[in-house]
Write a protein that binds this ligand. Structure first.
Ligand SMILES: [Zn+2]
Length: 268
């Protein structure tokens, strides 16, 4: 859907429909890159989440998945996640830290260890994608292991986003196992942590079939998907629904993405 239509629906949402607090679902948001020039915009997003939602840290999210106590608030809950582990996520992390918000970052070991990260990005992660807001080196390169270690020490969580961002459901078991399991082993050994989070790439419907799903469930406790939804009433750990939002979206687009008009249109 075009940005103009999303803007119009977002304006309608703002004045007529916005009743998020009535839904007690668990909203899981996924961002990608967070360029420095967009931080004032991202800060507005964050302010909005803080006003309208109870922001969960990953541990609280896990507790809810396990059937534990939900936050005692009328607001819906929300968890922030970031895919691809772009280096410019450090700008977001800085803001999150200032606001005491903890998030999840899904990283790609082959990207982190690539000698040619720009080529890797345009070949395996987002072929053909151009964003005029991206001008710095950090917009095309990954966070390194040291940065990730720091993020962990600040309370953020790191998950796997496959080994090389190449997985389709037609892949054989050997290739799928490599992408799904080797990424976990690599992150665990480099960062000395356990990795119970897996985030499927591109469109989960295209990258994950039955066999891949079995592998993900065997090696991970949580599967973050690209399926749209707000995990009502409680997230299914093997099929966590997410709502995509990008750091360059304006507030109307954000309201539309989270709002009820879209939910009604998708019939969820
Ligand atoms: Zn990705």
């Amino acid at each position: 859907m075009g940005r103009i239509i999303k803007n119009i629906l977002g304006i309608i949402e703002r004045f007529l429909f916005f009743i998020n607090t009535k839904s007690k679902g668990i909203y899981v948001i996924n961002y990608h890159g967070t360029p420095k020039s967009l931080m004032p915009n991202f800060e507005q997003h964050l302010e909005y989440y803080r006003k309208h939602f109870h922001i969960l840290n990953p541990d609280e999210f896990e507790e809810i998945c396990k059937g534990g106590k939900r936050p005692d608030t009328l607001k819906a809950s929300l968890l922030l996640t970031f895919d691809d582990g772009m280096k410019n996520n450090i700008n977001a992390i800085r803001l999150l830290n200032e606001n005491n918000v903890k998030a999840c970052f899904f990283v790609i070991p082959a990207f982190i260890e690539s000698d040619q990260p720009r080529d890797f990005l345009s070949t395996f992660i987002r072929p053909g994608y151009v964003n005029k807001m991206e001008t710095e080196e950090e917009d095309f390169t990954p966070m390194g292991w040291e940065t990730l270690r720091e993020a962990i020490s600040e309370g953020h969580k790191i998950g796997s986003h496959t080994y090389s961002h190449t997985l389709v459901k037609g892949d054989n078991e050997e290739k799928s196992t490599f992408e799904i399991l080797e990424s976990k082993k690599c992150i665990e050994s480099r960062l000395s942590i356990e990795v119970p989070y897996f985030c499927s790439i591109n469109n989960t419907d295209i990258s994950v079939g039955k066999m891949q799903e079995d592998l993900i469930n065997r090696y991970y406790n949580y599967h973050f998907t690209t399926y749209y939804g707000y995990n009502f009433p409680t997230p299914a750990p093997g099929r966590i629904e997410r709502i995509n939002i990008e750091s360059y979206w304006n507030m109307n687009e954000l309201r539309y993405a989270l709002g009820n008009i879209r939910r009604i249109m998708i019939k969820k």
